[in-house]
Design a protein around this ligand. Sequence first.
Ligand SMILES: *[C@@H]1O[C@H](CO)[C@@H](O)[C@H](O)[C@H]1NC(C)=O
Length: 255
Amino acid sequence: MHSFSTTVLVAFLAGTASAVLKDWQQCGGMNYQGDTQCGESAGCVVINDYYSQCQPGAAPPAASTTKPSTTLKTVTSSGAVLTGSSAPTTTGSVAGKGPGNELQTGYYWIRAVEAPNFHKYLQSKPLYATGTAVLGDYTTAGQFQVVGDQLVQLVSGPGEKPEKLLYGVVGPERLINNLSLAVSWSATPNTYGKFAFQGDGLTWTVAGISRPNAAAWYVCSGQQLYINLGNYLYGTPSGCADETIHYYNDKKANN
Ligand SMILES: *[C@@H]1O[C@H](CO)[C@@H](O)[C@H](O)[C@H]1NC(C)=O
């Protein structure tokens, strides 16, 4: 059965006859009937049995037999659960060694590019474990991908199977200036809203909330990351900084 997001994507793609796909669009997977041609500088990367994605800078796949991650399957199937009202699910606890300081296939660094968090990288606190989403040092940068509507962090060691993953989950409770939503790392998928890359910027949207800028984030005390539901660079609460955060796919994170 298609997940909600896959069905929408297929329906969307069906309207554009044999188009070259944009970065981050689906390009393959079981039951997928849409286009498969990624843009010139992108490759179609197998994420799991059900989902392949056009990723910028990725080499075209040598074969379509990449061993699927069993854990990731739950992402696409449960990414469809968009109740919009449930509390953040941070049950269960997952911790891993961390994927190291070389980017693993299919994953990205995510970092801010504006002061005072220039080249501060998304990670979890504690590192590679269920906990808070923070921007921190490049030496402890996490590795991420967006699959379905989920923001997924790889926390197992390089090449370790099965992969250990954490999901970025958004709490619906309005914090700080009544326009901030906390983000944390959970063993179970997010049920509130959708993550996506637009260009290289990470966005979050949810039905029922019209955000002036879907790519606006706050970094507040303790380097903690929040979704900024209000304006970017206007009405910033004290103790917080406005940021947009972007994927980066160099082999190593850097300062
Ligand atoms: C916070 O925002 C919500 C949604 O706009 C609103 O209903 C609520 O009254 C606000 N609370 C405060 C304390 O401003």
